[in-house]
Design a protein around this ligand. Sequence first.
Ligand code: ATP
Ligand code: MG
Length: 396
Amino acid sequence: MNYKAFLIKYAEIGIKGKNRYVFEDALCDRIAEKLAKVADGFTVVREQGRLKVNCPDVYDYDEAIDQMKKVFGVWEICPAVVIEDASWDSLTKGVGDYVEERYGNTHHTFKVEARRSDKSYPITSPQICADMGEYILNRFSEFKVDVHKPEIVLYVEIRNFAYVYSESVKGLGGMPVGANGHAMLLLSGGIDSPVAGYMVSKRGVTIDAVYFHAPPYTSERAKQKVVDLAKLISVYTGPIKLHVVNFTDIQLAIIDKCPRDELTIIMRRYTMRIAEHFAYERKAQALITGESIGQVASQTPQSLIATNAVCTLPVYRPVIAFDKQDIVDIAEKINTYETSIQPYEDCCTIFVAKHPVTKPYLHIIERSEKKLTGVIEELVEKAINETEVIEVSENM
Ligand code: ATP
Ligand code: MG
């Protein structure tokens, strides 16, 4: 069938009261951006608790569905036939023609579900169900009603126009990107942080990212891997400004001045501080990390206290309570896994101590950090000033 329209059911944004327009507009925009890749001429409009996509005459159906399946906030995508004249004769004919084209007069069980958001429509929803059912039975001798387990549910919705559909494709859920502020993701080349960015963005948050590298100890290829990961998640999150910070001198200073077993924690505290600098610069309301309780020494509860202590913004840690396998499952679903497991070291794995502290005391860490006073300030400033910003998007 050549569908001229899709009805889009959205997830939670239906319940947002006065803010609903903000959410609906963001969702319309995100869907329109994706569909522009498929063909010219798609438009997306609000339609009383749903969105309606108007399609151009010629487009690739599978590609359109595929694009809409990457938009956060989309609950279901329903390819629909629009019946502009909703008078009873026109409505029954329209629904019947849809059934004929989609299913033919072959053996099927069905029921009708009607919904009337235009309450001035003269026929109530239960009556539409009953009368439409009767019309279908008369027109298609092979059809039978089954209200419990029908093969086909014919949805008839009376809105500004009438719509009929019987199929739906599941979307991602979540909220449209742009509806819930902005956050700065600490993106490494690992499995966890791209998943963390994806998960937060799924709640409607736009993201930028910061990556710390340590040339020549880390390679250009390791950096490219992070750019690749940013590009992969930008399919969902939208464009990302990736801040690439040269962290080498800071790391060397920490190695020089601080106890070896505290290296990772102190280093992580500096990554958080610098990430927060860029978060404020980009007007983000939060940081995001891929930390998970107990995964490594730097992620024990005590280590998290020490890392968290330098942050003034909230730190979103969406995978904090996830098992590794659960994170891997999402990484596979969003197509980052294969890239994440490429064997290029990032800076935090280069200078690891043999026996890192697993229970750092904050006051001891703070005391150790004092040894950096007079050296570190300038190094941090230089790292920030020389940071490279790469504009990453799925089209780059
Ligand atoms: P991931 O798989 O996300 O790299 P990980 O299991 O390797 O995480 P850590 O190295 O302890 O764990 O890092 C914890 C979190 O700190 C990461 O999820 C990421 O958010 C951030 N992080 C670690 N290394 C870097 C880096 N080089 N640049 C930016 N952020 C980093
Ligand atoms: Mg890592």
